[in-house]
Design a protein around this ligand. Structure first.
Ligand SMILES: C[S@@+](CC[C@H](N)C(=O)[O-])C[C@H]1O[C@@H](n2cnc3c(N)ncnc32)[C@H](O)[C@@H]1O
Length: 184
């Protein structure tokens, strides 16, 4: 896909490195949203001089609800997708994608370290590690590809691929699930 001048949205952009890569290397116009003000300040201080990059502080769902913009692609790299109720977030994402356009997201694999994926649509308790190494409890939706496909379909998105990635340092279990879907 030629990303020049395409409008992209990253949900949970953190310090903005992915967004900056897509803006500088591929000429895309990228908006990054992150819940944590400190992350957005870091992103702006690193990359604020680039005029095809915008960073916004806020909850991914609230940003989508407040915006009328349509994007050519929306993505999340271990970001908001998986940390916000999919039955709310996926339809909001679908509304902001142009027809035929792509949603791509990575999440920690539901079977990492020998865990079991959810057997229902509810989240389980997990932790995220902050910069100062404190661990913050979060709700995480730990779906396998089939359950993501079901939720994507309900939102008007068609699952195009689900790939698992392994890291030899973490034994035989997959560590990452990468999903791509298209707006119908
Ligand atoms: C593991 S970091 C990944 C950051 C970035 N995507 C990267 O790859 O460098 C997850 C980020 O998602 C953000 N996040 C979590 N829930 C969010 C939400 N509901 N809305 C927006 N951002 C969220 C966190 O603040 C954090 O910066």
């Amino acid at each position: 896909m030629d990303l020049r001048r395409k409008r992209l949205l990253e949900l949970g952009c953190g310090p903005g490195h992915n967004a900056a890569h897509l803006a500088t290397r591929y000429g895309a116009h990228v908006t990054g949203v992150d819940l944590v003000g400190l992350q957005v300040r870091r992103a702006r201080s690193h990359y604020g001089r680039l005029n095809n990059l915008t960073f916004v502080a806020g909850h991914a769902l609230h940003y989508l609800q407040a915006s009328a913009e349509r994007f050519d692609a929306i993505y999340s790299v271990f970001g908001a997708i998986g940390l916000v109720a999919p039955e709310l977030l996926l339809p909001a994402i679908a509304q902001h994608l142009k027809p035929g356009c792509t949603l791509a997201f990575s999440v920690p694999h539901p079977q990492r370290g020998g865990r079991r994926p959810s057997t229902d649509d509810r989240p389980s308790r997990d932790y995220v590690t902050l910069h100062d190494r404190t661990r913050l409890p979060v709700a995480r939706w730990e779906f396998d590809a089939e359950r993501w496909e079901k939720h994507l379909g309900r939102a008007g998105l068609w699952l195009a691929s689900a790939q698992e990635f392994h890291d030899a340092r973490h034994g035989l279990w997959p560590t990452t699930l990468l999903i791509t879907a298209h707006k119908l």
